[in-house]
Design a protein around this ligand. Structure first.
Ligand SMILES: [Zn+2]
Length: 142
């Protein structure tokens, strides 16, 4: 097996990060073969032998989700590419592109979150920081 490892950090908890990673990898043709929600999943794509010819590359990806303090979660993606089908740097490059694709996919989830971060004070209706514990304008405890 040839490995290619990459990691992506999200601003979400492990449950949402897991959902996002699952949605992404299944959308690019992977099937879940082992599911330990929300900490780890192993997915596989391709078949070694299809009918009478070699058809697609078989590879698996192990996804580890680690949530740390402060709402950031690490999604580690470890690709295993069958060495029989390994075609040099190409396979690693494709795996890398897919991990980059996951980053782009996560950013589509980030959008509404950023909007959510503009909080409005319930008392004076002014825009306040998303993590404020009190309103800096009127002093209302939040
Ligand atoms: Zn206020």
């Amino acid at each position: 097996m040839v490995k290619q490892i990459g990691a992506v950090v999200t601003n979400f908890d492990s449950n949402l990060s897991y959902e996002i990673a699952r949605n992404y990898f299944t959308s690019i043709g992977f099937e879940i073969i082992q599911d330990s929600k929300p900490y780890q999943m192993i997915l596989q794509r391709g078949s070694l032998f299809w009918g009478s010819d070699w058809r697609t590359k078989k590879m698996s990806v192990k996804v580890d989700i680690t949530e740390s303090i402060g709402n950031s979660t690490l999604i580690k993606c470890e690709y295993d590419i069958n060495f029989l089908l390994y075609d040099g740097k190409e396979a690693n490059r494709h795996a890398n592109e897919e991990i980059e694709g996951l980053k782009a996919f996560i950013s589509t989830y980030n959008q509404p979150n950023i909007i959510e971060k503009d909080r409005i004070c319930v008392n004076c209706r002014k825009k306040i920081p998303w993590d404020a514990i009190g309103c800096p304008y009127c002093g209302k405890k939040l």
